[in-house]
Design a protein around this ligand. Sequence first.
Ligand code: HEM
Length: 421
Amino acid sequence: MWKDLLDLPRNVWRSIFRNPLPSSDRGRAATSFTNFFLHIQPVRVSKQALRPSYTMGLGLISFFLFVILTVTGVLLMFYYVPSTGMAYDRMLDLRSSVAFGIILRNMHRWAAHAMVAVVFLHMCRVFLTGSYKPPREFNWILGVCLFLLTLLSSFTGYLLPWDQLAFWAITVGTSIAGYAPLVGKELKFLLLGDANVGQEALLRFYVLHVVVLPAVLTIFVAVHFWRIRKDGGLAKPEPAALPPAAAAEPDVAAAAAVPAAEPARRFVIQGLVRGPLVKVGKLEEDTVFSWPNLLIAELVVLLLTIAGLLAVSYFFNAPLEQPVNVMHPPNPAKAPWYFLGLQEQVSYSAFWGGIGVPGIELLLLVLLPFIDRGKQGVGRWFARERVLANSVFLLFVLINVVLIVIGTFFRGANWQFVSPF
Ligand code: HEM
């Protein structure tokens, strides 16, 4: 019995972690296979996928921001009450009487803004490296859904502080939805639960924000990651696009040329796949073990994301304006920044700016991988073969960014053009 007691810590440790820290290739592979959190990763990962200059870690940062938002969001739920009479007071409490309340709210708010921006940048990186092409069409479409879900999550959270900024931004934002043909009015009513923003809208936005959208986002992110594995990891350049040494991988023709004295080796993977795997031995040249290479890269990105967010949250407080006053709309009332491009477009034409143009842009985004299927220029930034596609995409991005900048800085009372300088 004494021996068992003495061995207790070691036995508890071993009951959780079956393998010791790996010191061999076999151990590294076993660690990736057997650990619940690591088994989503492949055993080996391409060196290109690990290069910070290739992905810039944007997908990972998006994911970590989502995790941080979930953790800080759950903590905020202990204090927040989705009632028009109490919501604003709870915001004041967070600022003055809840321990670390202000930093908690700042982190949640800035992470939400950052996630919108980072997910968008991640989409740009995927486009500019041609990584949406077959077989990744479906993952691209999942990505487009993730982008919309991110926007919606941020938008629904915007109302919750119940201050002037929140109230009027959501009033403007939901009135854009009202411009949709045929279903506009019904859509707006469905969102608000009433003709105007009020208690019903606050409750609906709250439920969408804390339950529905995070749950859907979690499922989509899980499928997104699973598809990355199933699509063979991150997109890589075709061998022809690589320098000669790297391109010199054996192919099927080379298999046929294997001399009779040295027959092609046959491998059976768990009895499922049979046949000569002629790439065995050479396939892994441009890859490294995920343990510890990918794990360390992920931890570094996580720490940098947390450190950056903490720094911003320490120095800058999330805005909180006066409590809602429905009789005093600010002039101009502006939507959240990521919808200011839309609001700017709406000022020219309500239907085309709010529904027509964004609808066409969205449709083009979804159809993109089915329109542009050529394999050239995949897995490289700004490949020469993709100069047309990249230029058109960057033009769209530029137009939308300029519209947001105009809406944010150059619009004053009655949406008149003003100079911020
Ligand atoms: C919540 C939002 C998202 C999360 C958490 C996320 C996460 C990730 C991660 C971690 C990767 C792998 C590494 C990397 O590129 O950083 C990745 C790859 C990918 N993502 Fe996302 N993503 C999101 C949104 C999007 C969006 C908006 C799109 C496009 C519309 C997209 C399309 C893709 C594609 C096609 C790949 C594979 C890229 C390749 O093979 O190189 N994702 N995503």
